[in-house]
Design a protein around this ligand. Sequence first.
Ligand code: WTA
Length: 659
Amino acid sequence: MNAPTTPQTGIVNPPAAFASQAAIGSMDAYRALCERAESDYAGFWGDLAREHLVWKQPFTKTFDDSNKPFFKWFEDGLINVSHNCLDVQIERGLGNKAALIFEADDGAVTEVTYSQLLDKVARLANVLKAKGVQKGDRVIIYMPMSVEGVVAMQACARIGATHSVVFGGFSAQSLRERIQDTGAVMVITADEQRRGGKSLPLKAIADEALAKDCPSVRTMLVYKRTASDQVAYQAGRDLDMLAEMAQQSAVCEPEWVSAEHPLFLLYTSGSTGKPKGVQHSTGGYLLQAKLSMLWTFDLKPSDVFWCTADIGWVTGHSYITYGPLACGATEIVFEGIPTYPNAGRFWDMIQRHKATIFYTAPTAIRSLIKAAEADEKIHPRSFDLSSLRLLGSVGEPINPAAWTWYHENVGGGRCPIVDTFWQTESGAHLITPLPGATPLVPGSCTLPFPGIMAAVVDETGKDVPWGQGGILVVKKPWPSLMRTVWGDPERFKKSYFPEDFKGEFYLAGDGAVRDPDTGYFTITGRMDDVLNVSGHRMGTMEIESALVSCTELVAEAAVVGRPDDTTGEAICAFVVLKRPRPTGDEARQIANELRNWVAKEIGPIAKPKDIRFGDNLPKTRSGKIMRRLLRSIARGEAVTQDTSTLENPAILDQLTERV
Ligand code: WTA
């Protein structure tokens, strides 16, 4: 392979053939964009918003920072996201182009053109209106990966309803909390989801959620995915989504909304309290979802784009439902899991659908490496992956070994890898290579997206020298930045624009260090109590609250993360029971019970990998849990911290013991 690698430095330059056709084909072109943004920030974004979005009524003012940190972009512009994603593409002549290539868990493939997608979206939008959903109302979407999931989101956008997608792996309790917090008037769900050859309930969980204290919900639309006869329908509340759509007109005039209108809420974990509803705008959000498709993914009309994320996460919002469609792209939507029917599924799908851009998470890569190395038949080299021209990574740091394997075995040494750093809150990529311009270094997300004023600072907000670790901030608000925490503006202010930086800088929550020579960013991990397990974000406090809510068993619990080869981080819980400390089989059995309890409270993704029992937790004499010490124990490191203030040093031995 003609891999353009310089082994001495580990730098991988953009292949000349890629650079020559790229939207941004050199570092000079990249720097020119950054300089324009530096010298005329509002002008830079304003021009892009006029160039890339279609407005019903143009905006007259680009940026309003009169009420910091509640920034506004393009506010008096009128726009509709679904119009930009569908009608505009059809007007451009793409009506018969495949918008979605949907592959079901069992391998069945359905193609949906732009015209067909608009037909579905308009019909569902008309169903929503007929059921009384109005502009500004919240709609909860609890759906599997499906055409209908994308349609549900776009239909909300079409009528100006604000959707909140809840990942299909969340429990009834988590779903209920989101329904209550949003005050949703409708839930859109499916009877069941298909994953790995199994049917898993969705409607039954939604029923359980709605059974208690959700008076705002009037209607539940049910997409019959499996048409299971096990699923009960409540008369007057539950409706068959497809049957309702069939009765509606396929024409629905978009609701023109202000660019600041809330397109969606998406709940994510912070270091304290319950998950917060990250509120995104319409115009600024769509601009950057689209722009990152064009610049980070260098999207061309001929591309077949595949983002493997779930629509329940922000990556599925920006890089499945909105960004690709706003560009008129053809994209793959996959219902299943990477290991079914075997761990060659991704490579097989890339080969069959001739995917050109593939965007996935390091966890997936790491688990597929293990499987591939054990079985030649499912190794990427057993497939024809020559259609690929670009690879992407998202959600967590990608370690250089996984990067190199991905580059060589999936990308054939010829495809650049964009390691995209961003967050639910940022709406779109913050720090990422541009594949035709940026020389790549495995393990580094390289440089800020043009217009993103990222920096590494100390506690006082002063830039730290390159080479020195610090706090990652963004010094100016950008169009796709979240607008607020739903229902809790104070929390937005405190969490993201803290007084430490005079309320001026956006605090990402991650640590970072810049390379002393190149200034490239490497993310060093969260600086708060947020864990990242398989790219899923969770707060340690949420898991602790779930554990102690098992009041019959648990007296106290502390949760920390520890590094894990496959999932990046693993959840480790230290638990004090209301009964004597168990050992052996009893300990294993209770640990399992608690894992299932957490799965029921939050969802299976929050199950602690490691549960340990102690007669107490290590606390200082003032009663504070010594988390740093627990982190050392979880990692299997020798405890070097000063334990002289510990109330009861003997419990360290107990907590070191694995169940
Ligand atoms: C982490 C996912 C290193 C980071 C889009 C961030 C990353 C959190 C990367 C956001 C990356 C995401 N390199 N770390 N390329 N991408 N992260 O909200 O800690 O689910 O703060 O958004 O994931 O997770 P979220």
